[in-house]
Design a protein around this ligand. Structure first.
Ligand SMILES: C[S@@+](CC[C@H](N)C(=O)[O-])C[C@H]1O[C@@H](n2cnc3c(N)ncnc32)[C@H](O)[C@@H]1O
Length: 373
């Protein structure tokens, strides 16, 4: 059993309104702004949408490229493909303009080191939303509607009980779901390694069914259940929420029958910050490969993670060992099926923050889906 005590980086950077429960846990309020679809319109000067949310305008600490940037498309050095920043389903439909791919322009955006790029898709002909005036001729300002998720969690744990804390990846994935609410609306979502449930709570705001899963360590599943219940008022009225154990180290064949039945409807699998230990990573990869093989309606798996760079004397460089190991192990399992059957896409990080946290440059969002899709 691990005795190493760890603390989520999230706590050191933001002031959460927390109260102590007396049993060693805290209840913290994670405030967010609801997506205001008007903010999604690209501004005339080509800057990114959704940044009028009261949150900052950083793209991994970098200003976004302007619309004059040269259009092209490359794979990054890790051969991870990129997904466009704006998902057509969520973006175009908000303005009633059905934009086909030919109407979109690809613009390269470079991260700090220049080794990562992502393709932002600007709609050339999208009209800005109309300016609405009130009867006195004043511009009607659309106010951001705010919400809050209350989560009971620990502020520090042993390494094997990190699910009792909240990690940045949970907020990143929450942002992505909010920004793509139309994609996730009325869908069936499975979360792996849900921890205390923040991302599952966001998913429940849009989905028809959310299956929240984790290992049952130190009362984690009870805490997850309590947090889902505590925030039930935020869920879509039609959403069914289930909390159940799913251990990556258990093979799909040994899952309980009722879990297997529920999984048949799952369209999206999500997981935040589950890549931090090579043993767990291997088991996680085996789990997602089984799900890709077994779930007939599965469209994509979204994985949020923090690369967590370290400097090693062996490499004489900063490396992200857990992330690199995940890529290598995924590649190995993927290669088992002859030609690579699934592709790993680096989702562009330039979607806005709806939660208040530091969207550090080490955060990554990956999408896994069938190579043919
Ligand atoms: C760093 S925490 C992330 C928790 C949550 N997703 C978040 O981002 O706040 C890693 C999660 O992976 C879960 N986990 C670790 N080993 C696991 C296993 N064998 N099967 C399923 N989940 C596991 C932990 O319990 C924990 O909830």
């Amino acid at each position: 059993m691990s005795v190493l005590e760890v603390t989520s980086e999230l706590y050191s950077e933001a002031e959460f309104c927390s109260t102590e429960t007396g049993n060693g846990n805290s209840i913290s309020k994670f405030t967010f702004v609801y997506p205001n679809r008007r903010d999604a319109a690209p501004a005339e000067n080509g800057t990114q949408p959704g940044l009028a949310n009261g949150m900052d305008k950083r793209y991994n600490g970098q200003p976004v490229a302007d619309s004059e940037s040269k259009a092209s498309s490359v794979k990054d050095s890790e051969e991870v493909e990129e997904e466009s920043c704006f998902e057509e389903e969520s973006f175009a439909s908000d303005y009633g303009d059905s934009l086909c791919e030919e109407e979109q322009e690809e613009v390269l955006l470079y991260g700090e080191s220049g080794d990562e790029c992502c393709i932002a898709t600007h709609q050339k002909d999208t009209k800005p939303p109309p300016i609405v005036l009130d009867k006195d001729g004043d511009v009607v300002v659309v106010r951001q509607r705010k919400g809050a998720i209350d989560i009971e969690h620990r502020k520090s744990t042993r390494l094997d009980a990190v699910g009792l804390q909240i990690w940045r990846g949970a907020l990143l994935l929450g942002d992505y779901i909010m920004h793509n609410e139309r994609k996730f609306k009325n869908t069936h979502i499975l979360e792996l390694g849900s921890g205390v449930g923040l991302t599952s709570i966001v998913a429940s705001m849009y989905a028809r069914e959310v299956i929240c899963t984790d290992i049952d360590i130190e009362g984690l599943l009870d805490l997850l259940r309590d947090n889902m219940q505590r925030n039930a008022h935020l869920s879509s009225p039609h959403c069914r929420v289930h909390v159940t154990e799913l251990d990556f180290k258990v093979s799909y064949q040994d899952y309980p029958r009722d879990l297997k039945t529920k999984l048949q409807d799952v369209q999206y699998v999500i997981a935040a910050d589950v890549i931090y230990d090579d043993d767990i990573t291997e088991a996680f990869v085996r789990t997602i490969v089984s799900l890709l093989l077994e779930l007939p309606k599965l469209k994509a798996i979204y994985i949020a993670l923090e690369k967590r760079y370290v400097f090693t004397l062996e490499d004489m460089d900063s490396v992200a060992p857990c992330y690199d190991y995940f890529l290598r192990y995924f590649e190995k399992r993927n290669g088992r099926f002859g030609v690579n059957r699934w592709k790993l896409i680096n989702v562009c990080m330039d979607f806005p923050r709806y939660f208040d946290y530091d969207k550090v440059k080490d955060l990554v969002l990956l999408k896994v889906c069938h190579a043919s899709k």
